[in-house]
Design a protein around this ligand. Structure first.
Ligand code: MOS
Length: 734
């Protein structure tokens, strides 16, 4: 077939759903009201005020007497829920939290009751009137103070211990990235409605299949009886991939009251009602020769998890195995079970955590050896993936370094720490490498072209912010040969063809290829219809010579000979054409990753320890860029998040009782406008044809990975102080 002209792909389109969002017409989960004339009723979760122990008494009297209260559910009156196995979900080894099924308290903030009332205010006030007595036991929530319990996950190549002994240079450091919370703008919310045995939920989710599977398992009903609808998601960063306990609470409350129920977690409840990026302790040893060639690397790490589930993430180990040439690597990763709720992937999961120790350590080695940090990385640039022995599909990391160094002005840098001043401010620059897995997954999309020449495509993916609506519209518009305004993409409904999880940077590669496949199939159907139609100007033409542009099919080399979709369908009495798109990634011969090089300039107040990021540049190799404006949103948004990870974000737990001290956006610090100045992203573009038919590698995760270490390295360069705990606070620099 003749390649379609590309008009929409690669164009800096604004979001096709932008108007809906800024005019308040986009309906998020909490905006849904499927309650009919009576409206929905409201559920408020009561959370435990101890960190571990038992519930010894529940007095619902005052709450139940409150006007408007319909029902109070807790472990003493809750029906037993089946909580069947749910292997297809994102559930972890262990046993998921079962709401209201026993008197045990496993962490501070665990749901212990739910109050349902006709108004939100009544439910909130009644919830405050609940009297719950506890027998508290001491809880363990401190990663640093608690021994590891999880089975070791190890990786070994060569003999790192022996190589360390004979290394010219040996370094040993311990890094401690803090626990972070996603803190998406939209709160987690679920609206649940039962009709007989059928359940519909409107939910904030990155994957409508996930709450469907979880609710079906928890209530013991077939998955087909659960419909999940999620047209808009106001940010998620990983924490809306799994179905958290409140989703079951909402469905239970709806079933017990016989009314459609709306449940919105409060901002405070997000800190224990959904997951978070776990804290880690990361011991790194590096051995190298005098020229900076790495001879050995050991990583010993401990990461927090809950007692009831074992959360672990491969990404904390992966970069250490494949980023640099190192003949001898030894890694050991153990989880530490604590009296906390279960962690979950957060943007750049694992990789962004690992990049802080790994890329800080490379900077420390560069300083030790007196080698430029970029030069050190170049010397250790591998020719293939040393973990698997496979070639890299595409790896333009050297180009990222070259372009980044040039655009950032790296050569003007005086390598000596604490060598540059601007009044009271110490100025420093730093860089770090970024890497993230290119993940892909199979799925399907439905494509329909109507007689009026407009098309609708649907697939049950999600748009948590990267712009799925827009990028899929671009892909579809080009594949169908239609203007963007004549294409509508729909998502977020289990009634639509099944799409994979919207996460792990796999949506553009996977759903994009699925959509393209469906649109290609439909276009070829139309072309076939034309060439076989004696009354078509294209009758008898070679199908391979025909392209479609602006809704008109024509010979590639003779645009005058052709007709529009509308003419073709009308003459053939067709109301529409339909196709089902699908794509399944094949076995790959290569190791596929997206890469980046991140550069930061900071100013540190020499007397106050205050750190300001003055400018940041990220250069990324993410394959082909479908939607440059959205790519910039991803990259710049990730730099903001990474600045938070480096300098501000820290979920603080009171280890006496497991209470999270800063469970609000006033005390959990995130970057604000004053913290974010000059951010820029550049893409070293090029297709990765092994990855997927679109040639993309995924962008949304890799862009955050190198940010925190780039900032940390710049802080070292500015001050001569190496801070190995995140976030880097003013007090750590005094
Ligand atoms: Mo991403 S952490 O998979 O949403």
């Amino acid at each position: 077939m003749s390649p379609q002209p590309q008009a929409a792909v690669g164009a800096p389109l604004s979001r096709v759903d932008g108007r809906l969002k800024v005019t308040g017409q986009a309906k998020y989960a909490a905006d849904q009201d499927p309650g009919g004339p009576e409206g929905v009723v409201h559920a408020v979760v009561v959370d435990s005020r101890i960190g571990r122990g038992r519930i010894t008494g529940v007095d619902t009297g005052a709450a139940e007497a409150h006007p408007g209260v319909l029902k109070v559910i807790h472990h003493r009156n809750s029906p037993t829920l089946p909580y069947g196995p749910n292997p297809g979900s994102l559930n972890l080894p262990g046993e998921r939290l079962r709401v209201f099924q026993d008197d045990q308290v496993r962490f501070h903030g665990q749901p212990v009751a739910v109050v349902v009332a006709t108004t939100l205010e009544a439910a909130q006030h009644a919830a405050s009137l609940m009297e719950i007595d506890y027998a508290a036991e001491s809880s363990e929530t401190d990663l640093i103070e608690t021994p590891a319990t999880g089975d070791p996950v190890t990786y070994t190549r060569g003999d790192a211990e022996a190589a360390l002994q004979s290394a010219d240079v040996r370094l040993e450091m311990t890094y401690r990235p803090a626990r972070n919370h996603h803190n998406a703008m939209e709160l987690h919310a679920t609206v649940a409605r039962w009709e007989g045995d059928r359940l519909t939920v409107w939910d904030k989710t990155q994957w409508v299949q996930s709450p469907r599977a979880e609710l079906a398992a928890n209530f013991g009903i077939p998955a087909e009886s659960v419909r999940v609808v999620s047209p808009f998601v106001g940010g998620a960063f990983g924490n809306a991939a799994r179905a958290w306990p409140h989703i079951t609470v909402a469905a239970l409350a709806a079933r017990e009251t016989g009314r459609p129920v709306k449940l919105v977690l409060t901002r405070r409840q997000l800190y224990f009602g959904v997951g978070y990026r776990p804290a880690y302790e990361y011991k790194v040893r590096l051995g190298s020769d005098r020229r900076g060639l790495l001879t050995a690397m050991t990583h010993e790490l401990r990461g927090e998890t809950s007692r009831y589930e074992r959360f672990s993430e491969r990404g904390v180990l992966a970069p250490g195995q494949m980023l640099y040439t190192t003949p001898n690597v030894s890694q050991m990763y153990r989880t530490v079970a604590l009296d906390v709720n279960t962690p979950t992937p957060m943007r750049g999961p694992g990789y962004s955590t690992a990049a802080f120790p790994l890329e800080s350590a490379m900077d420390e080695l560069a300083h030790e050896l007196g080698i430029d940090p970029i030069e050190l990385r170049r010397r250790n640039e591998p020719e293939n993936d040393q973990a698997s022995g496979r070639p890299f599909s595409t790896r333009r990391l050297r180009e990222c370094y070259t372009v980044g160094a040039r655009e950032f002005g790296w050569s003007r840098r005086n390598p000596r720490p604490r060598s540059t001043r601007d009044g009271d401010w110490l100025i420093g620059t730093g860089m770090a490498t970024a890497v993230y897995d290119t993940l892909r997954a199979p799925g399907q999309a439905g494509v329909r072209l109507d007689a009026d020449g407009t098309a609708a495509i649907e697939s049950s993916t999600s748009d948590m912010g990267p712009g799925t609506y827009t990028s899929m519209t671009q892909v579809a518009a080009d594949a169908l040969g239609l203007a963007v305004r004549n294409v509508t993409f729909r998502l977020g409904d289990t009634d639509m063809p099944t799409a994979p999880l919207h996460g792990g940077s796999l949506t553009m590669a996977s759903v994009g290829s699925i959509v393209q496949n469906g649109c290609d199939t439909l276009r070829q159907q139309a072309i076939r219809l034309a060439v076989e139609d004696e009354d078509s100007p294209l009758s008898g033409a070679n199908a391979d010579d025909i392209v479609v542009r602006g809704g008109r099919l024509h010979l590639k080399d003779n645009p005058a000979r052709g007709e529009t979709y509308r003419q073709l369908l009308a003459r053939n009495n067709r109301t529409h054409l339909e196709a089902l798109g699908s794509w399944t990634p094949g076995q790959s011969r290569s190791a596929m990753y997206a890469y980046g090089a991140v550069f930061a300039e900071v100013a540190v107040d020499a007397r106050l320890g205050l750190v300001r990021v003055r400018r940041m540049l990220g250069v990324f190799d993410a394959g082909r860029i479908i939607s440059p404006k959205l790519a910039d949103s991803q990259a710049i948004g990730a730099m903001v998040g990474g600045i938070g990870m480096a300098l501000l974000e820290h979920t603080v737990t009171d280890h006496r009782d497991g209470r999270i001290v800063n469970a609000n956006l006033a005390d959990y610090l995130v970057p604000v406008n004053a913290d974010v100045t000059n951010l820029k992203a550049i893409y070293v573009e090029g297709r990765d044809d092994e990855a997927d038919p679109l040639g993309v590698k995924g962008l949304g995760e890799v862009v955050v990975v190198g940010v925190a270490p780039a900032v940390a390295n710049a802080v070292f360069h500015a001050t001569g102080r190496r801070v190995r705990d995140l976030p880097i606070t003013a007090e750590s620099l005094l």
